[in-house]
Design a protein around this ligand. Structure first.
Ligand code: CU
Length: 122
């Protein structure tokens, strides 16, 4: 009996570790640059994929958000540094234009500031 408790305990600890630390190894994805414009598709489903987007400074950028998630939590996306608060209708591609003149790291978030993504302009 004790061994089962031990195994279950270890499994839970392993799961918690994976949940907290596994998610932080996020992929950085660069937008596709073409004809003085860059574009990237971002899927919204229980978070953002990709979660970290790299944009080239000085090239006009379009982020195409498609929300697949049914929850109202993710039905808005907010780029506070850019004054953007955009509704994301479900299963519809929403293009968001980002001004890339100033390099730096910027956060974006869902309407309630629970889910986050990162924009790196360099
Ligand atoms: Cu939310």
């Amino acid at each position: 009996m004790k061994i089962i408790v031990l195994i279950v305990g270890l499994a839970i600890i392993g799961f918690i570790g994976w949940w907290f630390f596994g998610k932080h190894t996020t992929e950085e994805v660069a937008a596709d640059v073409q004809d003085q414009q860059q574009e990237i598709d971002i899927e919204v489903n229980g978070g953002y994929s990709p979660e970290t987007v790299v944009l080239k400074q000085g090239v006009p950028a379009i982020l195409n958000f498609t929300r697949k998630d049914a929850s109202s939590c993710l039905d808005r996306v907010v780029f506070s540094d850019f004054g953007i608060n955009q509704e994301l209708p479900r299963n519809q591609k929403e293009a968001i234009t980002i001004d890339t003149t100033t390099p730096g790291e910027y956060q974006w978030a869902c309407g309630m500031d629970m889910f986050h993504g990162k924009l790196i302009i360099k």
